[in-house]
Ligand binder design. Sequence first.
Ligand SMILES: Nc1ncnc2c1ncn2[C@@H]1O[C@H](COP(=O)(O)OP(=O)(O)O)[C@@H](O)[C@H]1O
Ligand SMILES: [Mg+2]
Length: 453
Amino acid sequence: MISRNCLIISDLDWVTKAIENLLLKEGFNVYTAKDGSSGITIAKKIPIQLVITGMVMPGLKGDEIIREIKNIDKETVVWVMTEEKNFNLDFVIEAMKLGADDYFVVFKDLPMDKMRKSLVNFIEKMELKRRNEELLKMVESKETEDEIQGNCEKIRGVLSIINKVAPTDVPVLITGESGTGKELAAKAIWKKSNRKDKIFIPINCGAIPENLLESELFGHEKGAFTGAYASKVGKLELANGGTIFLDEIGDMPFKLQVKLLRFLQEGEIERIGGSKPIRLDVRIISATNKNLEEEVKKGNFREDLFYRLNVIHIDMPPLRERGNDIILLANFFLKNLSKKEGKNIKGFSPLALSRMKEYKWPGNIRELKHKIHRAIILSSGELITAEDLGFYTSENRITLQEAKKQFEMNFIMDALMMAHGNISKAARSLGIARQQLQRYIKKYGINVEAYKK
Ligand SMILES: Nc1ncnc2c1ncn2[C@@H]1O[C@H](COP(=O)(O)OP(=O)(O)O)[C@@H](O)[C@H]1O
Ligand SMILES: [Mg+2]
């Protein structure tokens, strides 16, 4: 139960007394003041949820009181009172503009009925706000959502390495197929490290063209190249003191590999066009879904850099090798995402469960999460069915044409999901032109924004 503190500011004792009685009955702690400035002194010391103040009093005027109170905490609800002889519409409008939430006209007596109603309303709103805040905390509690879920042997091995390496500053290389949780693992290392209060900067080396990537990572001096109108601090410099996550490191161009190696060896970088080295203290976590040893053999990746990055190696297992974790994760996502979507879904149908366990999950956990999210949105029942998840069953009798259409839609949505909503990338993976993909997106009413991280 949150505190309910109310402050009454009035120079009329009988008014104060009457309101105080009403509020005490409703369980408020009541503070009183005879003029604006002593009221404000109280509000500065004690968090007040409701202020009821007169408008015309000796000392501070109502408008100044409203402004001050809202300044202290703009969430504080302010009601104003005025005697009938002072009342006019402009007055009320002015008070409301300043942030007053309600007003009462005093004529011989207080408008008790109206006050009571407003009070009930106010209490309801406070309750709602509190419940909402609680819910938000639960849903958004990044703590649990960002935690690596799982119980299989392989993931327990991963967690134990994470716990061991996190407090050290050694570079970690995380490998694994797309969607297996590499970024999540990198964040877990950061959160358990001594650098947890410092910045964590992810950068996707595969998504940025070579010429931009260099300046993204190392920064540049003004005039270093055409278009460098101002100098720019690179991500490595920004991450100083903290952690940088070099995602898709296998896609880093050879030339930049040399620069990165130099940083790993000497702890120094140089901005493009810069003349003096900059010393940095940055922990490096990198990830790739490529087989870097193969890339080294093929001559695409520098061997010396590979060894520098690969001091500790963590391999994220594909979902299909995680046994019952599939079901564990499915339930975890169902719980979180159905709450977010405001749906009350109790679980999965038996067929849905067995189909999930049989399926190979090429997109791994990202795909599972996405399929469950989609199923939650589509589902109208208490249980998620195999069809909701996009699996075909003999029970869903649809025409071939319908099935083709569904398959096409799901296939396209999956490609967009894997490409994090990057249309060009998704089109490439589908082997179609960008424009054609755009036509499909329109045809199926797909919300591409939802796939962007
Ligand atoms: N073990 C896990 N528990 C809960 N969620 C996970 C787990 N692994 C991955 N996820 C979720 O799956 C999605 C893909 O994970 P991500 O770390 O981006 O994979 P990768 O970097 O390997 O492609 C993210 O939404 C992430 O939160
Ligand atoms: Mg990733």
